[in-house]
Design a protein around this ligand. Structure first.
Ligand SMILES: Cc1cc2nc3c(=O)[nH]c(=O)nc-3n(C[C@H](O)[C@H](O)[C@H](O)COP(=O)(O)OP(=O)(O)OC[C@H]3O[C@@H](n4cnc5c(N)ncnc54)[C@H](O)[C@@H]3O)c2cc1C
Length: 379
C-alpha cells in the first residue's frame, strides 16, 4: 500500500502512542493516555473489522469471584495473590461503571448464583463462606458478600441443581453497549482507531518504535502498548500467555422466563444469565482443554452438544425455545490468573492475560499499562 501525503500526515505522522488491539484493555489504555496527555497523538490498530478477540464476544458477567472458584485458586496460587486479584476485579468494575455509566451499559446487580448438584462440593464451599466473607470485607470493604440461597433454584425453575450460594454484589451488563460506549469516548477524545490492519512486527530502536503492518506499511511511534491478550504470543512468543477459546450460545426469546441473574456451575466452567428474555449460556472448555487452546474461532460439536444438553435438562427443562445463535471468542490465560502488565523494551509495554475476568479488570489494566509506560505507581 502506498500512502498519499494526506494519509501519511493525518494518520501516521508523529504518533506518540500506538495501542495494538481495540478490546477493553486497548481502548481503556488509549483513553487513559489521551486524558493524561490531551495533545498526544494516539492511534489504535485493530486487526478485525470489529474488535475481534473477547471484548465483544463475552457474557457480560461483572464477577469478582465465586466461592468454589476462589477456593480452588487458593489451592494452586499463593493466597495473597488470589485476594489481590479479587481487589483488582472489584476496583476495575467500579472504574468501568464510573466511566461508562450504569444506564448506558445496562448494569444490573441481580446477583451471582453458584449452583451445585453434588452435596459434598456444595458443603466444601459452604464451609468457607464465613471466612471468605471476612476476607472480602477486609479486601474490598463489602459486608456479607456470600450466603447460602435456598429459594433461587426453585424460583428460576432449574432442574438437577440442588444447592446454591449467592454473591449479593455480582452484576451483569450489555457487552455490546459497553464496547460501543468505550469506542464513543475514544472518538470523542480524538483518538484514531484503524480497523482491519494487523501488526506483524515491532522493533524498539530506543528512540522510537518501528511497527511493520501486514499490508506492507511501516509506521513509527514514540511508545507502544500491546493489548492483544489471547493473541499475545504472535508478537511476544516468550510470554506466559496462551489462547483459550470460549464457546457460547443464546436462545430465542422465552415467554415468562423466570431466571434472572448471573449463574456459575462447576467452578465457573459453565455460566448462564438472562438477557432480553433469553438465556445466554457458555462454557465447557474443561471438556477439551487442549483443543480449546487455539485462536481459531470455530465451534465444536463436543462442547456445543454438552451446552445444549445442560440447557435442556437443567436450565430450561420443560420450556420451549430455539437456539438462535452460537459464537466463540478467544481469551488469554496462563499459569497465573493475574494479568501481565510489564515493560517488554524501553518504549513497549504489554497488558495481557485477562483470563475470564476481563470485563471486571480490563479498564483498570488499561490504566495500569499507561502507569507502567510512564513509570508511575498504580493506585
Ligand atoms: C465467550 C466469552 C465469555 C466471557 N465472559 C466474560 C464475562 O462474563 N465476564 C468477564 O469479566 N470476562 C469474560 N470473558 C473474558 C473477557 O471478555 C476478556 O478477558 C476481555 O475481553 C479481554 O479484553 P482484552 O482487551 O485484553 O482482549 P481482546 O478483547 O481479545 O482484545 C484484543 C484485540 O487485539 C486484536 N489483535 C490481536 N492481534 C493483533 C495484531 N497483531 N494487530 C492488531 N490487532 C490485534 C484482536 O483482534 C482483539 O480485538 C469472556 C470471554 C469470552 C471469549
Amino acid at each position: 500500500m502506498i500512502l498519499s501525503y494526506w494519509e501519511k500526515q493525518t494518520y501516521f505522522n508523529k504518533i506518540d502512542l500506538l495501542v495494538i488491539g481495540s478490546g477493553i484493555v486497548g481502548l481503556n489504555a488509549a483513553i487513559d493516555y489521551k486524558t493524561r496527555f490531551p495533545k498526544a497523538k494516539v492511534l489504535v490498530i485493530e486487526r478485525g473489522i470489529l474488535p475481534n478477540g473477547a471484548s465483544t464476544k463475552n457474557a457480560g458477567f461483572c464477577c469478582f469471584g465465586s466461592v468454589s472458584e476462589l477456593k480452588d485458586d487458593i489451592t494452586r496460587i499463593e493466597e495473597n495473590t488470589v485476594w489481590e486479584t479479587v481487589l483488582l476485579r472489584y476496583k476495575g468494575l467500579n472504574k468501568l461503571r464510573k466511566l461508562l455509566k450504569d444506564d448506558i451499559i445496562s448494569y444490573q446487580q441481580l446477583g451471582g448464583f453458584e449452583v451445585f448438584d453434588i452435596k459434598s462440593d456444595f458443603e466444601a464451599s459452604a464451609d468457607v463462606i464465613s471466612s471468605f466473607n471476612k476476607k472480602m470485607k477486609d479486601t474490598i470493604g463489602l459486608k456479607m458478600v456470600y450466603n447460602v440461597d435456598k429459594t433461587k433454584i426453585k424460583q428460576s425453575s432449574l432442574a438437577g441443581f440442588k444447592y446454591c450460594i449467592k454473591n449479593n454484589y455480582e452484576g451483569q451488563i450489555n457487552t455490546g453497549s459497553m464496547m460501543q460506549a468505550l469506542l464513543g469516548i475514544a472518538y470523542q477524545k480524538g483518538i484514531t482507531i484503524l480497523n482491519n490492519i494487523e501488526v506483524d512486527k515491532i522493533n524498539d530502536t530506543k528512540t522510537h518504535v518501528e511497527i511493520s503492518l501486514k499490508n506492507n506499511l511501516s509506521i513509527s511511534s514514540k511508545k507502544v502498548i500491546i493489548a492483544t491478550n489471547g493473541f499475545a504470543k504472535q508478537l511476544l512468543p516468550d510470554l506466559d500467555v496462551k489462547p483459550a477459546r470460549a464457546q457460547v450460545l443464546i436462545t430465542s426469546s422465552i415467554k415468562g422466563l423466570k431466571l434472572k441473574g448471573a449463574f456459575h456451575y462447576q467452578q465457573g466452567y459453565y455460566y448462564f444469565r438472562n438477557i432480553d428474555n433469553r438465556i445466554l449460556f457458555g462454557g465447557g472448555r474443561n471438556l477439551d482443554f487442549k483443543g480449546e487452546e487455539t485462536t481459531d474461532m470455530r465451534l465444536t460439536e463436543i462442547i456445543q452438544n454438552k451446552l445444549e444438553q445442560i440447557l435442556k435438562q437443567n436450565i430450561l427443562p420443560k420450556q420451549s425455545y430455539k437456539i438462535e445463535q452460537r459464537w466463540s471468542g478467544i481469551m488469554g490465560v496462563g499459569s497465573e490468573k493475574k494479568p501481565i502488565i510489564k515493560h517488554i523494551t524501553k518504549n513497549v509495554v504489554c497488558a495481557v492475560r485477562m483470563g475470564g475476568m476481563g470485563v471486571a479488570i480490563g479498564s483498570l489494566v488499561g490504566q495500569m499499562a499507561v502507569d507502567e509506560l510512564e513509570g508511575r505507581k498504580s493506585k
